[in-house]
Ligand binder design. Structure first.
Ligand SMILES: CCCCCCCC(=O)SCCNC(=O)CCNC(=O)[C@H](O)C(C)(C)COP(=O)(O)OP(=O)(O)OC[C@H]1O[C@@H](n2cnc3c(N)ncnc32)[C@H](O)[C@@H]1OP(=O)(O)O
Length: 203
């Protein structure tokens, strides 16, 4: 299993089990961040988590699974479709990104783990969400590319606990330069705007 590096390479039942474990782990992270249990309970929990870590580490891959060329090619061939990014990586925000023509969109609800200013989303997480959705659109509609520049304008605080819409639109390619714009909206209001320049690379 460890030589498989792409989401499309693994059997569906294994992917479902890993996705479910990753989600349970995100819930554990939130429970740890918010826990007000006694120090004894925290010590016991640490031992149990350490034992589980040891068990899973025994079969670790060199990298977390990501969408592969075949996953992207299937979406590239269609005018519209969706792709799930980072479902098995509990350290990342999992997103189902819908791509239609030269636009992309994903919905996600932020929790307390991603809090920055009181009651609202950390600015780095907003930038990361935008980079993921803009970057995925570029990979699907353009070519392998990396973020050269990402400019983010924070118009208003992004609320926690409500569905956020993260969207992107691809501009006109100029040589290796691929411009993309994006935004994060909550309740129909634009909270964050982004302008990015991706640069095409070999791989
Ligand atoms: C979940 C899935 C999400 C996937 C998407 C996630 C995207 C990411 O987060 S990528 C990670 C963050 N980005 C990086 O690590 C990139 C690091 N930087 C690099 O690798 C290089 O600097 C790189 C590739 C951008 C440019 O280097 P290089 O290949 O030598 O290109 P170079 O010859 O300098 O420039 C090529 C063209 O792009 C332009 N360009 C290069 N960098 C930039 C930049 N930062 N801003 C604007 N333009 C740039 C140049 O002006 C040049 O234009 P032209 O061809 O018209 O003269």
């Amino acid at each position: 299993m460890t030589d498989r590096t792409h989401l499309g390479d693994v059997p569906p039942d294994w992917l479902a089990a890993s996705t479910s474990l990753a989600q349970a782990t995100r819930e554990l992270v939130e429970a740890v961040a918010l826990s007000d249990a006694d120090a004894t309970v925290l010590d016991e929990a640490r031992s149990e988590v350490a034992a589980l870590t040891e068990r899973l580490r025994a079969t670790a891959r060199p990298h977390a699974l990501r969408p592969g060329p075949a996953d992207l090619a299937a979406l590239r061939a269609a005018d519209a479709g969706s792709i799930v990014v980072r479902p098995t990586n509990p350290g990342a925000v999992p997103l189902e990104i819908s791509v239609r023509a030269d636009t992309a969109e994903a919905t996600w609800t932020a929790g307390p783990v991603h809090e920055g200013p009181p009651g609202s989303l950390h600015g780095g997480t907003s930038a990361s969400l935008l980079d993921s959705v803009l970057g995925t659109l570029v990979q699907v509609r353009g070519t392998p590319a990396v973020t050269g520049t990402l400019t983010v304008r924070y118009r208003r605080r992004v609320p926690l606990g409500v569905p956020l819409t993260v969207s992107a639109a691809l501009g006109e390619r100029d040589g290796r330069r691929l411009p993309v714009t994006g935004r994060i909206e909550a309740g129909g209001e634009v909270c964050v705007e982004a302008e990015a320049l991706f640069v095409a690379v070999e791989r």
